[in-house]
Design a protein around this ligand. Sequence first.
Ligand SMILES: Nc1ncnc2c1ncn2[C@@H]1O[C@H](COP(=O)(O)OP(=O)(O)OP(=O)(O)O)[C@@H](O)[C@H]1O
Length: 267
Amino acid sequence: MNGCVAQSPTGGIEGAEATGPVALSVEGVSHRYGDRLALDRVSFSVSPACFAALLGLNGAGKSTLFSLATRLLRIQSGAIRVFGHDIQAHPGEALRLLGVVFQPRTLDLELSVTQNLLYHAALHGMGRREALKRSAEALARVGLTERGRDKVRGLSGGQMRRLEIARALLHRPRLLLLDEPTVGLDVKARADILGHVRRLVAEDGIGVLWATHLLDEIRPEDDLVVLHQGQVLSTGKTSRFVAAAGAEDLRSAFTRLTGAGVGSLAP
Ligand SMILES: Nc1ncnc2c1ncn2[C@@H]1O[C@H](COP(=O)(O)OP(=O)(O)OP(=O)(O)O)[C@@H](O)[C@H]1O
């Protein structure tokens, strides 16, 4: 089987009749905040129905990349495509296929679980019947069916994250971006969330880019994009990355490649 990530993206829909467009294509993207270069000619692609981890320390540029992919930030140079749709030129098509879970929580704590979803559905222009149907579907997908009527304030941190994932699934995207979704959660909640997301890939064929600095979330068979100080250092299977570095595990391989000190990565 071909890998899920590649360093040289295979651009737009026009050139992709034979194999279909990649789910996410990042092509030579650079981004500056004033004098600070946060992303430096970042290029990689993620195939459909694949789980890919975007591994980088704090400050590597992961959130900046997500903000560019969702148009919170304007692209300064390069291009990002979702299933071949350029997010600058055709944002409607691109965003329709994209779901996102950002790092900061963005739920209304005083509304119920279902109300949060209905509110989001209304923003997407969904009718109430369809919204109720899709909310039920999405809650089932993340194991929250029983909590629909509860106020969000009463959920645990892990359940809130799962609700955010349900919300990101409401418009039935084909690609899901998650920015360090398990930070601050306990071991069980982290494993639950990762399990739900991996099932979305295996059972629903959704492509996932999972940004993290937590090494134990990445399996040897996972595809990996290593981002360090705004640059892509490696793409491909985690096991190959470890072998190429002549290392025993991902932690040592990452440390060797980046020179990151022990303790920069957890756990
Ligand atoms: N609004 C901003 N203004 C100035 N510099 C910024 C801004 N946002 C991010 N940066 C800088 O850009 C670089 C990349 O930050 P970014 O938040 O994208 O990294 P990250 O990998 O998501 O890290 P973290 O996990 O800590 O959020 C860092 O050097 C950061 O200080």
